[in-house]
Design a protein around this ligand. Structure first.
Ligand SMILES: NC(=O)c1ccc[n+]([C@@H]2O[C@H](COP(=O)([O-])OP(=O)(O)OC[C@H]3O[C@@H](n4cnc5c(N)ncnc54)[C@H](O)[C@@H]3O)[C@@H](O)[C@H]2O)c1
Length: 335
């Protein structure tokens, strides 16, 4: 079945989504929309709109929302009202109240699928980590440590991400949200939070460029997250320590390759009675050369639409819980 699809917001993510939808046999992109009319030439294979409300004249099955954070909840709600299945990029708006509004519209939309783009769950290293944790061979998780950092960059202070009214928050809501979602996904829900949310360098943006977070689950597992826009060399690392060993993810395959090669290392804990060396256990490392996360996200979304199943990755509960966590992190830091 071919789903009549429109994409709203044709910047970086809109283009990635269009490329992926064009090669998926189940979606037919019939319309795209962006504020910049100049983009229309690039998308001559479908109808081009400059007002997002106008795409609903197309009798659509599906809408992809790839705009700025301030407008995405309005578009999601309108799309649900217009009987469309909806895929929305992270973050799911700027606040918990945005997500609650979306949930109200979702509850009124009959048999409509709503998915948010937490694509990191579909990176191969993350999928390997999840299946190793779930296998139980390393025992229970004790603690985890995640670092996700980027450099800001030349246009950083002029980008929409630097405008609080549009973005809703700084690096934490933009990039840190992925690491928080992964922590929830791999470790569990956090009931206690301590944080420093700081503006250390990008003074003109008037929002955080670094967030340091400590979180604890009901079972006492502790996770530590550092989200940064002053990580001058891009970095993604996620270490998970379990009763019987550890799992370390380093690097993340992205289009720019700036986060380095994606790898996962597994080891069973090993004491000196087994190996004559303390703290240097035998490790197994797997490297990945493909990022299929966008394709795999589309596949889950399509399968849920066609088979009437519930979204497992990036459903509204995930969206709500991660936004609640973000608000708690801001509150605890007093920012
Ligand atoms: N999953 C990921 O890893 C990932 C990566 C990057 C961005 N994102 C998310 O995707 C979204 C878009 O980010 P981006 O990097 O593509 O930004 P971008 O600036 O490259 O593109 C956004 C586009 O939306 C358009 N737009 C904004 N308001 C609009 C409106 N009212 N009507 C029509 N078009 C409108 C802009 O003109 C722009 O072209 C953001 O929510 C961002 O957080 C997700």
């Amino acid at each position: 079945m071919e789903l009549r699809t429109a994409i709203i917001g044709m910047g970086k993510m809109g283009r990635i989504r269009k490329h992926e939808l064009d090669i998926h046999p189940g979606f037919k992109v019939i319309g795209v929309c962006d504020l910049y009319e100049d983009f229309s030439e690039e998308f001559s294979d479908c109808l081009f709109f400059t007002k997002w409300e106008d795409v609903f004249s197309l009798n659509l099955d599906v809408v992809f929302v790839c705009t700025y954070n301030n407008i995405s909840p309005d578009i999601v709600c309108t799309a649900l009202e217009n009987n469309c299945h909806v895929f929305c990029e992270k973050p799911p708006g700027r606040s918990v109240s945005d997500v609650n509004r979306i949930i109200q519209y979702e509850s009124k939309a009959v048999n409509k699928v709503l998915k948010f783009g937490f694509n990191h769950r579909f990176h191969y290293a993350i999928m390997e980590a999840k299946s190793a944790i779930d296998s139980g061979r390393y025992g229970k998780i004790l603690c985890a440590r995640g670092i996700y950092g980027k450099a800001g960059g030349l246009g950083f202070e002029k980008n929409w991400r630097a405008d609080k009214d549009i973005a809703g928050g700084g690096i934490l809501i933009d990039q840190g949200i992925h690491m928080l979602d992964l922590m929830r996904y791999l470790v569990g829900d956090f009931v206690e939070v301590k944080s420093f949310v700081e503006n250390l360098y990008w003074k003109k943006i008037n929002m955080e460029d670094n967030a340091f977070v400590l979180m604890k689950t009901e079972n006492g597992q502790v996770a530590m997250v550092h989200s940064s826009a002053t990580q001058w060399k891009h970095k993604f690392s996620l270490d998970i320590f379990l009763e019987n060993g550890y799992i370390c993810i380093n690097g993340l395959l992205t289009s720019t390759r700036s986060y380095g090669e994606e790898s996962i290392t597994f080891a069973q804990k090993q004491f000196e009675d087994k190996a004559q060396a303390i703290g240097r256990p035998r490790e197994e490392t797997i490297f990945f050369d493909r990022d299929d996360s966008w394709r795999l996200e589309n596949e889950e979304f399509y399968a849920c639409i066609i088979e009437g199943k519930k979204i497992h990755h990036g459903n509204t509960e995930d969206a709500l819980k991660v936004m609640e966590l973000i608000e708690k992190i801001y509150q605890k830091s007093g920012s």
